[in-house]
Design a protein around this ligand. Structure first.
Ligand code: FPP
Length: 227
């Protein structure tokens, strides 16, 4: 019997290993993050040749505030620069930006940049969702609170209040750098997602790695608890 080929609609990535990439080269951590942004840029560009509908990237977790202030500032600066330099390319390539997480708590100038980018890209046909100030447990608690305000707290009601409510169901979750844990990312959405843990540091991740991951996904058998 041949295994049916299934196309992934929504892939999420925990982009891990920027620090180790830099350390291996005796470079400052910020260089690892800069190269990480380069990897993001190439991946987003490659989407126009793929039939993936949605890519969700874990850029800054609710817990990342605990990093040294310099590093948090570097990450925020990279975010500013990335939006400024790549926004028009997003628009031209039909990429719709989405933010998952409590981005309103970021610096006011970043909130403005993000809201302008959300607005400018709203007509895009494929989605890049960036998780910013995001925590999965916090997202579930928020969704449960909103569900309770509106009626019975069922799984469906909670789901309808997640940041990802209007995105396709998560098919595949990838983590780079060899670590095997979820780190508070898309906890609810990962319930039936396939997982792929790669021994590649994020700055070395290329569109070919994503294409390989999609090929592997295509032949995995998913049962959703059934037989
Ligand atoms: C993990 O590497 C990576 C992060 C905490 C940040 C991810 C951010 C980027 C790739 C750049 C910003 C993204 C955009 C969309 C502009 P780590 O520092 O934890 O690496 P380590 O575990 O090797 O120390």
């Amino acid at each position: 019997m041949t295994t049916p080929i299934i196309r992934a609609r929504h892939v999420a990535i925990i982009m891990d290993g920027n620090g180790r990439w830099a350390k291996k080269r005796h470079l400052p951590r910020v260089v690892g993050h800069q190269r990480g942004v380069e990897a993001v840029r190439k991946l987003v560009r490659s989407l126009k040749d793929s039939d993936l509908e949605c890519l969700t990237l874990y850029a800054f977790s609710s817990e990342n505030w605990r990093r040294p202030e310099d590093e948090v500032d570097d990450l925020m600066d990279l975010m500013r620069k990335f939006i400024r330099s790549d926004l028009e390319e997003f628009v031209e390539n039909g990429v719709r930006l989405r933010i998952v997480g409590d981005y309103q708590a970021l610096a006011p100038d970043i909130v403005d940049l993000l809201e302008n980018a959300l607005d400018r890209t709203s007509q895009g046909t494929r989605t890049v969702a960036v998780a910013l100030n995001y925590g999965g447990q916090q997202e579930i608690a928020r969704a449960a609170r909103l569900a309770a305000e509106a009626g019975p707290v069922t799984a469906e009601a909670i789901e309808s209040h997640l940041f990802t409510a209007d995105l396709p169901p998560l098919d595949l979750l990838i983590r780079t750098s060899g670590e095997v844990r979820l780190s508070n990312f898309l906890l609810w959405q990962a319930a039936y997602a396939e997982m792929l843990f790669l021994d590649v540091l994020w700055p070395d991740f290329t569109p070919a790695h994503l294409a390989d991951a999609l090929d592997q996904f295509a032949v995995r058998e998913r049962r959703y608890g059934g037989r």
